[in-house]
Write a protein that binds this ligand. Structure first.
Ligand code: ASP
Ligand code: MG
Length: 416
């Protein structure tokens, strides 16, 4: 008998029929003797619809009120799910984030969880009640409703699992696990039985959208056992999904490369012919940070005759803002440069694997595979377990396919 937190994504609770099916799955686990805390998202599309209504009234709605509106999506699904469970003869009770006191900071629309009061949930669980808690929302110390950022119910589930010291946190979604890459691009992509937290973080931050990145960080920090599964399989299905593990375990599959991630939401900004002097990186990136723009890759050339070129990538939505901030800084005399140019038709493709630590030659394998297809690499960045390249957006799918093939990711790795 285990204590399990189960999170169901928007498509899993997207209709009354889907909610009934989720209730059947929960009953299946309940009948096996497990204690369950269930965290649903809003019905698919609902959060977008709610935020859209607010945007019809105002171009920049008050974030506090946006949270009041957005949080209603999950309030609907917790109540509906509790009703569906009760219809099956089970004891179930729903709670909003405020009712179980998921205490967050006051950063509306992107709040962070500070503390969870587990007393009420524990009492219910002791009494054999299935506890249904709204994902995505909390309350700050002043009693304001907050939300955790898009995709935040993953983080709610992991935080509840950490607070309750649950045996496992299961994330049910519309895919049956984490894949070597997006199966819509590479049909041979393979579901991974396990992946390490570090790899998952890289894949998530590189644009793989299975889990909210903050939930993975949280799980890694609080040692929550996290598993991604499909809610579209029969409740009795024994498919294990993908388990996110804490460390390399010799008995588990030992892939050198675990997956290929890609991200089309990028843009590149280059400052050409800038003076090569101490403080220049700060002079360029300082204004970007001040404009609250996140920078991803940064590349500076070797200087020649006192000048160099400097490039970095930002989210595509912030491209214009970044270019404008630089032009203003140059006009104000923060730095001198021949030219500020950019390209918002780029994409990033990354090869991720913990085995990179102990294997050489992976970068050249990657570059050769791209060269064979005549794909030009514009920028490169590496970490201990990742090699990422920036390429022209129109070659993303081709790049992902050839890399998947080059690293033979369609084949199951041999166990050690
Ligand atoms: N309903 C919220 C969203 O759409 C939270 C979530 O689904 O995780 O972002
Ligand atoms: Mg989600």
């Amino acid at each position: 008998m285990a204590l399990i937190v189960q999170k169901y994504g928007g498509t899993s609770v997207g209709s009354v029929e889907r909610i009934r099916s989720v209730a059947r799955r929960i009953e299946h686990f309940h009948r096996q003797g497990h204690r369950l805390v269930v965290v649903p998202s809003a019905m698919a599309g609902e959060t977008n619809r709610l935020l859209g209504l607010a945007k019809e009234l105002s171009v920049s709605p008050d974030p506090r009120e946006l949270d009041v509106v957005a949080a209603t999506g999950e309030q609907v699904t917790i109540g509906l799910l509790a009703i569906a469970l009760q219809e099956r003869g089970l004891r179930a009770k729903s709670y909003t984030g405020a009712q179980v006191r998921i205490l967050t900071d006051s950063a509306h629309t992107k709040a962070r969880i500070l503390q969870i009061d587990d007393a009420r949930m524990r009492a219910d669980l002791e009494a054999g009640t299935i506890v249904v808690v709204a994902g995505f929302q909390g309350i700050d110390e002043h009693g304001n409703i907050t939300t955790l950022g898009r995709g935040g119910s993953d983080t709610s589930a992991v935080a509840l699992a950490a607070a309750l010291k649950a045996d496992e946190c299961q994330i049910y979604t519309d895919v049956d696990g984490v894949y070597t890459t997006d199966p819509r691009i590479v049909p041979e992509a393979r579901r991974l039985d396990t992946i390490t937290f570090e790899e998952m973080l890289e894949l998530a931050s590189q644009g793989s959208k299975v889990l909210q990145i903050r939930s993975v960080e949280f799980a890694g920090k609080y040692l929550v056992k996290l598993r991604v599964l499909s809610s579209f399989e029969a409740p009795e299905s024994t498919s294990p999904g993908t388990l996110i593990t804490f460390e390399e375990d010799d008995t588990m599959e030992q892939a050198i490369i675990s997956g290929i991630a890609f991200n089309r939401d990028e843009a590149k900004v280059s400052v050409m012919g800038v003076e090569d002097r101490p403080g220049i990186a700060y002079a360029i990136l300082g204004p970007i940070a001040q404009a609250n723009i996140d920078v991803d890759m940064i590349v500076q050339n070797i200087g020649a005759s006192g000048h160099t070129d400097f490039s970095f990538t930002v989210h595509r939505n912030e491209y214009q803002k970044a270019v404008d901030a630089l032009r203003r800084a140059r006009a104000a005399g923060s730095f001198e440069a021949r030219e500020i140019i950019g390209d918002n038709r780029i994409a990033k493709v990354s090869v991720v694997g913990i085995g990179m630590r102990s294997h050489v030659g992976l970068a050249s394998k990657m570059f050769k595979a791209l060269a064979d297809e005549n794909i030009n690499i514009q920028m490169i960045s590496t970490s201990e377990i990742k090699i990422a390249v920036v390429i022209d957006e129109k070659y993303v799918e081709l790049a992902v396919r050839v890399l998947h093939k080059a690293f033979e990711l369609e084949k199951a790795p041999q166990s050690a």
